[in-house]
Write a protein that binds this ligand. Sequence first.
Ligand SMILES: C[S@@+](CC[C@H](N)C(=O)[O-])C[C@H]1O[C@@H](n2cnc3c(N)ncnc32)[C@H](O)[C@@H]1O
Length: 392
Amino acid sequence: MSTQNSSLPEPDVAAKEHSATLVKMIHAAIADSAGAISFAEFMQLALYAPGYGYYSGGLQKFGSAGDFTTAPEISALFSQSVAKQCAQVINEIGHADILEVGAGSGIMAATILLELEQLAQIPDRYYILELSAELRQRQADTIKQSCPQLFERVQWLDALPLSGFRGVVLGNELIDAMPVQRFIIEDDQVREQVVVSHGDELQLATRPAGEELVFAVHKIEIELGEKFPEGYESEINSAADAWLVSIAELLETGLVLLIDYGYSRREFYHTQRNTGTLMCHYQHRAHPDAMILIGLQDITAHVDFTALAETAVANDLSVAGFTTQAHFLLSLGIEQRVTEFTDETEQMKVTQQIKQLVLPSEMGELFKVIALTRGLTEPLQGFTFQDQRGKL
Ligand SMILES: C[S@@+](CC[C@H](N)C(=O)[O-])C[C@H]1O[C@@H](n2cnc3c(N)ncnc32)[C@H](O)[C@@H]1O
């Protein structure tokens, strides 16, 4: 363990054994792939290997007892605001469903359903697509407990529906959890970061990048109008593009609303951001070393929102809005909800939560919201205060 990470808490014996089993599985995958797997393949196994990956194992993950806290875990007001945006779309298109992809603990689903019940805009079905069997169970428990009367509307899917979806597709902190490819510029060549076995350890190495990755890197350089400098490293999220193509295929009418931390392409691949955006989260500490705590820590990368917008447009979706989380929530009137609380202590608590969601120094600026639509005509309420599509 490097000194940089020496302040990370030590996992207990059971956690270490769990991690060791996953590491063995990864060594086996490396042996099966002629001695190296891509970083994306490593990330896929580290997060989603059945029973052992970070998201597929039984770890706490979300909230104060876990490794990180997402907006729906901070405050119900976040999901209530998202629900308000869903209500506008449900109202416009009539009978509609919601499909939430990567629903975490299930708290956002439960809160959205309750809010839509209040707004008399309950979706016909609330579908959840979740890769982790353990999280599916947790989501079912949360929803059954919070809104038993709406539980029968919720249905878990094993795969994306094929076509004909009318309604809203939601993903909060979904895209950042998809496996990314990593590239490095070495000797003026694009090289791909891979993971290899070194005795019992897993190590990062590089190999010449394949045609597709070289093409993707050069395309970014052409768009930015400059070459990446020697030693520059970063990520490309091809999984997100492929996922969005599938979503575009299934959406007949409605909205795809994605909320995540990230930037426009120009900011994402800024020459000063020369070590990329990869980040690991373990017990509320963030660090960049993906080769430690394998299966015990989250691994994420920021989102290139320009890439999402390009894929959307290429697949006949409209980019109906792009803004910061702060502007999205304020456009939906999040701050006015404080007045719904009469108790002073509650008011203070809720005000604190709103600050965490909207202040630029907290989640307000780094987190962005993108709206991709098909067949909608009304301007979306969440983008009325500020629309930054010009930045994409
Ligand atoms: C960082 S967590 C966010 C959870 C939740 N949306 C929240 O905000 O608390 C990422 C979630 O996405 C899920 N996930 C990642 N890739 C997925 C995919 N391709 N399909 C479905 N779920 C996915 C993970 O299992 C996990 O539940």
